[in-house]
Design a protein around this ligand. Structure first.
Ligand SMILES: Nc1ncnc2c1ncn2[C@@H]1O[C@H](COP(=O)(O)OP(=O)(O)O)[C@@H](O)[C@H]1O
Ligand SMILES: CC(C)(COP(=O)(O)O)[C@@H](O)C(=O)NCCC(=O)O
Length: 306
């Protein structure tokens, strides 16, 4: 069966004309904050793809509010609207965190009075010491390397209106940062980004899908994702040049072709295997699939029919 049977395939040209007229153009201040987020992001993509996406998200938010109101009428009590939770998934290095930060910025613009928080599921990875004790260091990113139960509890607490604190993962340290936590206080919208966002923990009463009001899968051809992984690896090396505390510093002392060989091997033996076995199979759980081509250009959008 065609994996996209349950989706409307929408070309970029068609998508960019949906709701266009109702969206105010970005101010120079907003453009500046997008550039400071990642100066490679195409502003045309923001205008054509992300603004209509934010407009769609408005509908989901409204729907959640209406449902809470109607439930309250039925139950004859006040039912507070729970936070809207948006999941963003896809391969390592496909651009999830960049997409997530952009969506956060645009949602904060669209809902000026609301708090829009962003968390990454990297924070739920077990620390390197724990992974090493269990011989799982080479399995970083695979389901067993995450404390999935803690992630599930976190989502439950947020939906339940509780404030939370969660661990922080650093790509530069390549580990959980000790003694630092991210505080999540009273969010109206929470974006959860990570490779495992659409996976289901085994033997649990609740599933992640119980918590997401909207989900996005960022997709691209594997060869391109590998290229983006290698480019990011290279920028991490540049950043690490003068910083011995950076995990990538050790690689800056080695010949470049040898280091890039290590990066290619990491892609082929870890991240690509993970993509095939655990990440890509969750693609069609997403409400929307953003398909990218060269230079992260979005050419197609798939929106779930039902
Ligand atoms: N829209 C985009 N335009 C240009 N470069 C991007 C875009 N999205 C991601 N990138 C680049 O691709 C690489 C991977 O992106 P990142 O957001 O870190 O991926 P992920 O969170 O999926 O691992 C980074 O080097 C990032 O700068
Ligand atoms: C921490 C990660 C699992 C998550 O990846 P992300 O989507 O944040 O890029 C990944 O970056 C990772 O470290 N994978 C293990 C192999 C490696 O790339 O070193």
């Amino acid at each position: 069966m065609n994996p996209y049977t349950n989706y409307d395939e929408i070309s970029r040209e068609k998508w960019q004309n949906l709701y266009k007229s109702s969206i105010a153009p970005l101010t120079s201040e907003e453009l500046e904050s997008i550039r400071s987020l990642n100066d490679e992001i195409s502003l045309q993509d923001v205008q054509d793809v992300y603004l209509p996406l934010v407009h769609l998200l408005r509908l989901y938010k409204k729907n959640l509010e209406d449902m809470s109101f109607s439930k309250g009428l039925f139950l004859q009590k006040i039912v507070k609207t729970p936070p809207l939770i948006i999941g963003i998934s896809g391969s390592v290095a496909v651009g999830k965190s960049t997409t997530a930060r952009l969506v956060q910025l645009l949602l904060s613009r669209a809902f000026k009075k609301l708090t829009v928080e962003l968390v990454t599921t990297d924070g739920f990875l077990y620390p390197n010491q724990v992974l090493s004790d269990q011989n799982l260091l080479d399995r970083k990113g695979f389901p067993e390397s995450y404390d999935m139960e803690r992630l599930l509890n976190f989502l439950y607490q947020i939906k339940n209106g509780e404030d939370c604190e969660i661990p922080i993962y650093s790509h530069e340290v390549y580990d959980i940062v000790p003694n630092q936590m991210q505080q999540i206080v009273n969010p109206d919208i929470l974006i959860v980004e990570g490779i495992n966002v659409l996976q289901s923990p085994e033997s649990q009463m609740l599933y992640f899908s119980d918590f997401y009001d909207f989900s996005i899968y960022v997709d691209a051809d594997e060869k391109l994702i590998e290229q983006w992984f290698l480019e990011r690896f290279d920028s991490l090396l540049n950043l690490a040049q003068q910083d011995p505390s950076n995990f990538y510093h050790q690689f800056t002392k080695m010949p470049k072709n040898e280091v890039m060989g290590i990066a290619r091997k990491t892609w082929a033996e870890v991240n690509q295997v993970n993509l095939h076995q655990y990440i890509e199979p969750t693609k069609t759980r997403a409400e929307i699939i953003l398909h990218k081509t060269d230079n992260h250009h979005i050419d197609k959008i798939y929106l779930k029919k039902f």
